[in-house]
Every structure is written in C-alpha cells, then in structure tokens.
Design a protein around this ligand. Structure first.
Ligand code: SAM
Length: 355
C-alpha cells in the first residue's frame, strides 16, 4: 500500500468523522429537541424523546457511521492494520531490543492478562493492544484521531490534564497507571524533570513504544513496566501522585475497585490520586449517545463507570477531598457546549489522609 493512498484514505475518514461530530450531531440534537415537544409526560420528556429518536433514520445512520468509520479506520482496505502489517519489520527495527539500559521496559511475557482485557477488540482494534507485537504502533497512530476536532493538537488534552491535575504542587514519585504508549506519561515526565515517573500497562507492545520514545528523548526520569494496575508489585506508600487517563472506563466494576484500592495502598499519607475519564454526563441525550458509543466502539464497561457512585466508593475506601470536575476536550470546546459531539471528560481527584 502506498503511503499517499493510506494518508488520503485516513484523511477522508477523519473528515467524515468531523462531519459526524458537528453537522450530524447538531441535526440529531435538533431532532431530539423537536421530539421532546411532542412528549406529553413532562417528567419523562427527555428519555421518551430518546426512545422516539432511536426509530429515526437519522439516528440509525449516525450510529452506523460511528461504528463503520472506526471499523474502516482499522480494518478497511487502507486501514491502520494492513498499513502497519506491511511495514512490520521496519517498525520493529525502530525499537532497540538488544540494549538493556534504564529505558528497557520491564516485561513479563508469561504474565496472565485479565479475562476482561482479552474478551473483545476494544476500540475495534483487532487483537486489542496485546495480541500483535506491532499493536503499540497501530494504537499510537489511531489515537491521533480519537478526538477528531483536535487535529494535530491531539496531545494538548493530556498536557492540559497534567497541568490541571498537579496545579502548583511538586511531586517526587509519580505513577501513571494504564500508560499505553506513554502519551499520558510524557507530560508528567516533562512537567517534573526532577521527579521519578513510573508508567505501567498490561500491553507489552505499547510499553515498548513508550520506552523507545523515552530513550529517544532528553528525559531520564521514567521507567515503564508491564504490571496490572489492580495488583502492582510496588511497596506500600511508594508514590505521592497516582494518575491515569482513560483507564477506568476500560475496566469492569470489580477491577475499578481493585485499582482504586491499589492506588490507596501505593500513596504515601497525604498523597494525591487523579484520574481523567468519562463520568459526569449532565443530560439524558448525551448519556444516550455515550452509552451507544460504548456499544459501537466495543467498550463494554463504559456505562458502568458513568453510573458508578464514585463519591461513595472513594469515601468508603478512606479517600478524602474527593472532587469531580468536567474537563474540556480541547481549549476551544467548553464542557457545557452542546454544539458538537464530545466525550464526557471528567477529572476525578482525591487524597489519602495524613501527610
Ligand atoms: C485508552 S488506553 C489509555 C492509554 C493512555 N493512558 C493514554 O491516555 O493515551 C487504556 C490503557 O489501559 C491499559 N490497561 C487496561 N487494563 C489495565 C490494567 N488492569 N492494568 C494496567 N493497564 C491496563 C490498556 O492496555 C491501555 O493501554
């Protein structure tokens, strides 16, 4: 496959996704508002209108496009999978496997991956992030257009989250749980050059990409390890900041509980925990679209996280100063903006008592 054909096809898909995110979303929302006017029972206006919306061709087309644009992005003729598979050898050559320096990720090839992780092709990525050794490259490319309106500024969200999560505070030991290929870890590495940052993930292919990026950078304060965030191998009170981005919604509820327990155990007294995930959804219409997105994007636990009473869960575990804040998808999109489709980004933050 020629690079230019791949680029053209992926640009076309992104343009179609932008149309879906803006024009189609607006029309769908206007239709929902019209349908609400027809509902007599004022207490159930929004959800009855949502029921009616599901029978409209526009909604079916919206849902079809959401599912199939993502499918074409990965497995279409010019998809990420065939493109990267053709370049397998040259991609793998970019990773220095025979050097055992501080940047070599700690990998455990015999590690038993949790069942939920292997259950389905999350994001419609065939084989998920674990089955193919080039999955980290594929995911890195795919993540550039997860937030379609952000274009080349797709890293901005993670950087802004890091600034928001840390404020004026200084941290010396930071753990990024579910770090993927290091996109969420990098802003912490650069924000705290004197701190030591650990990135953990289940995906060996992603960790290899993350570690190579670290090796190629000027920063020397990070180590990546293959670990399950539910049960890490670190000692108690090893960190003063535990963070994650887009990890919790990928976990079944029991696993979310175990990850939060683990964060509590790993934090020193007074330590901070901050997650960026999908939680606060202020209205029924957006909830309906978000839960539909979960099904269409193969994210079976997304709805459970949105409906979890996290405040009660975190209090019961002993956390204090628990806060939930809506977070803008990009500097230009207000979290209350109803004009475009966007993820229900929420910063979930809490602190361990003492310190
Ligand atoms: C949506 S990705 C987010 C990656 C990264 N934080 C980012 O923002 O780009 C979720 C990551 O969580 C990882 N993951 C899922 N379950 C995990 C677990 N139990 N322990 C560690 N990582 C996990 C996945 O392999 C994946 O890399």
């Amino acid at each position: 496959m020629y690079q230019r054909d791949f680029d053209a096809a992926q640009e076309f898909l992104l343009a179609a996704k932008n149309y879906w995110t803006t024009t189609m979303f607006r029309t769908l929302r206007a239709t929902h508002i019209e349908l609400m006017a027809d509902v007599k029972d004022s207490a159930r206006k929004t959800d009855q209108a949502v029921d009616a919306l599901q029978t409209k061709t526009l909604y079916m087309y919206f849902a079809w496009l959401e599912r199939h644009l993502q499918r074409m992005k990965y497995t279409g003729r010019y998809g990420l999978i065939p493109f990267h598979a053709e370049r397998r050898d040259s991609l793998l050559e970019t990773i220095e496997t025979d050097c055992h320096d501080d940047y070599s990720p700690e990998l455990h090839p015999k590690m038993r991956l949790p069942t939920y992780y292997k259950l389905m092709d999350t994001h419609q990525h065939p084989g998920g992030l674990w089955a193919d050794e080039i999955a980290g490259f594929v995911y890195e490319f795919g993540a550039r257009s997860t937030t379609p309106l952000m274009g080349d500024a797709h890293n901005e969200l993670h950087r802004r989250f890091t600034d928001f999560a840390t404020g004026e505070a200084e941290f010396s030991r930071v753990l990024d749980m579910g770090c993927g290929f290091g996109k969420s870890t990098l802003p912490f590495i650069t924000r705290f050059p004197n701190a030591h940052v650990e990135g953990i993930d289940l995906s060996a292919p992603c960790l290899k990409v993350a570690a190579q990026t670290a090796r190629d950078s000027e920063y020397r304060n990070v180590h990546y390890r293959q670990m399950d965030a539910q049960d890490t191998k670190y000692d108690d009170e090893s960190f003063d900041l535990v963070t994650s981005t887009m990890l919790l919604h990928e976990l079944p509820t029991e696993a979310v509980n175990r990850v939060l327990d683990e964060a509590f155990r790993l934090l020193r007294p007074g330590g901070h925990m901050v997650h960026l995930d999908f939680h606060i959804i202020p209205d029924e219409f957006r909830r309906f679209l978000h839960y539909g997105h979960a099904v269409r994007n193969n994210e079976p636990f997304m709805q459970d996280l949105a409906e979890m009473d996290l405040n009660a869960v975190l209090s019961a575990k002993g956390f204090e100063n628990i806060t939930f804040s809506q977070f803008a998808e990009s500097k230009n999109i207000d979290p209350d903006d109803n004009d475009v489709w966007r993820f229900p980004w929420t910063v979930i933050s809490a602190r361990v008592p003492g310190g």
